[in-house]
Design a protein around this ligand. Structure first.
Ligand SMILES: Cc1ncc(COP(=O)(O)O)c(C=O)c1O
Length: 399
């Protein structure tokens, strides 16, 4: 037996682990309603025509070879223009690096930033992929709390006490997965200022920036002008092109503080040659036509969000802060039951009712009474899913 490297031992991804369990049930012939995958395409959404047609054109025009490792110049230019226009972030094409999804950007960034013993502050709950990357490079993840109060999420108290001289980066995910919350401008600025006070950089993942229903989203780099911010965004969510693997990272540092980190990321980018070239060319062409299509996507998602929130409101034993953005909801089990903790609940619900959700602990949330739902299925499926969840709770809740 060949032994894998020890550092891979703590690489886990709970979202996919629940998925494996669901797959196993399906193999045994069971129907599973999947509320566990953050992929609109899996629920019948497809990228806009302008992107699909641009891909055909890109391939026919011969964009089938390697591109520069930083990305095609026309896409870097289009992305910088988009970020300036939509988010008010002052970036130029040379501040942008195109990656194979935000996932690759996270991996390259952590490799470029984190030394043994460096601390990286992450939100709890957190999109889980950040944690294994921090650890792979010898870093220490530390969590600052997002708390729910009166039906909305906000930054918890005591965040400032977590930063130390070893804090290398503070990660902001806004709009937020898994809660669907939009952080206020003041909160984002506070996070950025505290990071800057110890010379840490802010990494701001804004992949859901166009899927906001309520609340005022403000890009971190625009909210905290003067503070070095590394922004992450991409085409998976708002362009509904999850499988294309296309994202980007930009470096916003008015004082040039991020030049060396940018150079390091570019050096890393060279080792994997480039992000998919046809997709890059297509995105550059499609971006020039604007993102007007997003409005109808957002409205459809809003309708499903409204339906889901209404249905959950009728289930005894469940509470939900209505998500303001994304396509995730993060209900709380107000009832106690013989399912035990959140993982017991997710497993029991899957095995007995065939509904797949992800337990809160999969998002580094130790409260033990939450789970994440993707509310993208069509209305009839959402109705059936919530009915099954309600049935499971009423069967197992303590009386
Ligand atoms: C907050 C957040 N960041 C990054 C990603 C990964 O995106 P990509 O498909 O661009 O790798 C996701 C995917 O769910 C996400 O929720």
């Amino acid at each position: 037996m060949v032994r894998p490297a020890r550092r891979v031992g703590f690489v886990e991804y709970a979202i996919r682990e629940i998925d494996a369990l669901a797959r196993e049930l399906e193999r045994r012939g069971r129907r599973v309603i999947r509320l566990n995958i953050g992929d609109p395409v899996a629920y019948g959404f497809q990228p806009p025509k302008q992107l699909l047609e641009a891909l055909a054109r890109a391939v026919e025009e011969g964009f089938n070879g390697y591109s520069p490792s930083e990305g095609l110049p026309e896409l870097r230019e289009a992305v910088a223009e988009r970020e300036r226009r939509v988010n008010g972030v002052e970036v130029e094409a040379e501040d942008v690096v195109i990656t194979a999804g935000v996932s690759e950007a996270i991996s390259m960034l952590m490799a470029a930033l984190v030394d043994e013993g460096d601390e990286v502050l992450l939100p709890s709950p957190c999109y889980p992929v950040y944690v294994p990357y921090v650890r792979l490079y010898g870093g220490i993840p530390k969590f600052y709390r997002l708390v729910e109060e009166g039906g909305s999420w906000r930054l918890g108290e005591g965040f400032e006490k977590l930063v130390t001289p070893r804090t290398k980066a503070v990660v902001v995910i806004n709009p937020h997965n898994p809660t669907g919350a939009v952080l206020g401008e003041g909160e984002v600025r506070r996070l950025a200022e505290v990071a800057a006070s110890v010379g840490a950089v802010v990494v701001s993942d804004e992949i859901y920036d166009a899927l906001v229903f309520e609340g005022r989203f403000r890009s971190t780099a625009a909210a905290a002008k003067g503070v070095p911010v590394i922004g992450l965004n991409g085409f998976s969510k708002r362009w509904l092109a999850t499988g294309w693997r296309l994202g980007y990272v930009y470096f916003s540092s008015p004082g040039g503080e991020l030049e060396e980190v940018k150079e390091a990321v570019v050096r890393l980018a060279r080792t994997r040659l480039c992000a998919p070239t046809p997709a890059q060319r297509a995105a550059a062409l499609a971006l020039k036509q604007g993102e007007g299509f997003v409005e109808s996507v957002r409205e459809e998602m809003r309708r499903r969000r409204d339906l889901f929130a209404k249905l959950v409101g009728e289930v005894e034993g469940l509470e939900l802060a209505k998500p303001q953005a994304t396509f995730y909801a993060y209900p709380r089990l107000a009832a106690k039951g013989d399912w035990g903790d959140d993982l017991g609940f997710a497993r029991g619900l899957l095995e007995e009712e065939g509904v797949a959700v992800v337990h809160g602990r999969g998002f580094y949330d130790c409260s033990g009474d939450r789970f994440r739902v993707v509310f993208l299925p069509p209305p009839d499926v959402l109705e059936e899913a919530v009915e099954r969840i309600g049935r499971y709770i009423s069967r197992h809740a303590a009386r």
